[in-house]
Design a protein around this ligand. Structure first.
Ligand SMILES: O=C(O)c1cc(C(=O)O)c2c(n1)C(=O)C(=O)c1cc(C(=O)O)[nH]c1-2
Length: 256
């Protein structure tokens, strides 16, 4: 166990974890952003990433449910609204991030119902997303907050992704990628709060260690999802039996 760090030293250690472990460094993202993915791979990325998007409000709701600090609950409620919408768009009209992600999968020609069913996602994607929800349910509140700290690094990758995909794929438009318009300011606000919370509440060396481990864990969740995509759809092409197959979607057996 390392010695007790100052809050700023803790922040520097967390930023260092992002600099060396965040999913912007994954080969699949490099291929995605530089135009080297096939249409099938771009579709597979969006379909699998829906599973992650859908789990985010569930893990945020779990955090709220076990939190006895009204200020933290209030802050986290905003995240729920960001993802699930406020309901102000009209009855049955979702206006949050999850709904905007479906505009992205629509734009890539994927069947909405099939995407929402999560049936054609890779098993590893589902397990990774479930592991994130489980982590937030079971670990300390401090670790649960710390596991969101990957968002410190997301504005940069979103910038690279939007510029790279618009430049490199003729079928990707600004409208297709509209999900990402709102994310950088939301992620900045979310991660500023979470970082400040961790710096204030990690008062012992053990708690600081737990915060850093939570960020490592979350980087692993994100990395695992991209490993699974690369393994299934990259050069080797080991698509699991039930998963999305480019070109054959959604004409797949429905009762499997
Ligand atoms: O596009 C990305 O690379 C990326 C990364 C992350 C992240 O680092 O966890 C999130 C998002 N996007 C995102 O859109 C999002 O809503 C989100 C919520 C969270 C979280 O842990 O609460 N991370 C992320």
């Amino acid at each position: 166990m390392t010695a007790l760090l100052s809050p700023d030293e803790l922040e520097a250690r967390l930023r260092d974890i992002g600099a060396t472990r965040y999913h912007n460094l994954h080969p699949f993202h490099r291929r995605l952003h530089s135009g080297q993915c096939t249409l099938g791979e771009v579709q597979a990325w969006a379909l699998n990433r829906y599973v992650y998007q859908a789990c985010i409000p569930i893990k945020d709701a779990s955090l709220i449910a076990r939190c006895d600090d009204p200020a933290l609950r209030r802050e986290w409620r905003r995240r729920l609204a960001d993802h699930d919408g406020t309901g102000q768009a009209g009855p049955g009209e979702a206006d949050g991030g999850v709904a905007r992600w479906l505009k992205l999968t629509d734009g890539l020609g994927l069947d909405r119902e099939a995407v929402i069913s999560q049936r054609y996602a890779l098993p590893a994607t589902r397990y990774a997303a479930q592991a994130y929800v489980q982590f937030v349910r079971e670990r300390t509140l401090l670790e649960a907050v710390a596991s969101s700290l990957t968002e410190l690094f997301s504005p940069q990758i979103i910038g690279e992704r939007v510029a790279g995909m618009l430049a490199n794929y003729s079928y990707v438009t600004k409208e297709t990628l509209a999900y990402f318009d709102k994310r950088p300011p939301q992620a900045k606000q979310d991660s500023d709060y979470a970082l400040d919370y961790c710096k204030r509440h990690a008062r012992t060396a053990e708690q600081q260690h737990a915060v850093m481990e939570a960020l490592h864990f979350k980087c692993d969740v994100l990395w695992t999802m991209l490993d699974a995509l690369e393994h299934a759809y990259g050069e080797e092409g080991h698509i699991p039996p039930r998963a999305f197959r480019p070109g054959q979607f959604p004409a797949l057996p429905r009762n499997d």
